[in-house]
Design a protein around this ligand. Structure first.
Ligand code: FES
Length: 167
């Protein structure tokens, strides 16, 4: 074998090694770029402790999850029971995304249900549409339940059941 051939082999192997290291480094870089930042991951979840949220039965409270209003209503005993209620001990709750299913306005609570000022849509305390153009009930956000703590952004059996009851 000539010196020229050895030199060419050496250069070829060196180039391959540099390319392999460079490729691996780019893959690591790409993965880091694709992975959401910890702050973004944390922003995806919102926890609400229903036992410590100063909820007043019959008056919904508005929380925020991923920039959307979330209506949490602790129902009064006079309010109709519904299969889609979130039931914890002897309390019943409605948990919905507070955006009208017509064109996305935020409905306001009017003592017996939500009314949407944009086009007159109405929803009962279960979040079901009862009047006007909304084509479906208020949407249920994905959440999991641990005791009295809801974690919004993490789909659990309770939110699936609420969604199914409204379908
Ligand atoms: S956006 Fe609510 S009724 Fe049209």
């Amino acid at each position: 074998m000539s010196n020229k051939t050895n030199r060419r082999d050496f250069l070829g192997m060196s180039f391959a090694a540099v390319a392999a290291v460079g490729g691996a480094a780019s893959l690591v870089g790409m993965k880091q770029a694709w992975d959401p930042l910890p702050s973004v991951l944390a922003a995806g979840f919102t926890t609400i402790d229903l036992a410590n949220s100063e909820l007043v039965p019959g008056t919904p409270k508005i929380f925020t999850w991923r920039g959307k209003p979330i209506f949490v209503l602790e129902k009064t005993t006079e309010m109709e029971k519904f299969d889609g209620d979130l039931v914890i001990a002897d309390k019943r709750y409605t948990v919905t995304i507070g955006l009208c299913t017509h064109l996305g306005c935020i409905p306001a609570w009017k003592k017996t249900g939500w009314k949407c000022a944009c086009h007159g849509g109405e929803f009962n305390p279960n979040g079901q549409q009862t009047f006007g153009p909304p084509p479906k009930p208020l949407n249920v956000p994905p959440f999991s339940l641990n005791g009295t703590v809801l974690t919004l952004g993490e789909e659990g059996t309770e939110s699936k059941a609420m969604m199914t009851a409204r379908a």
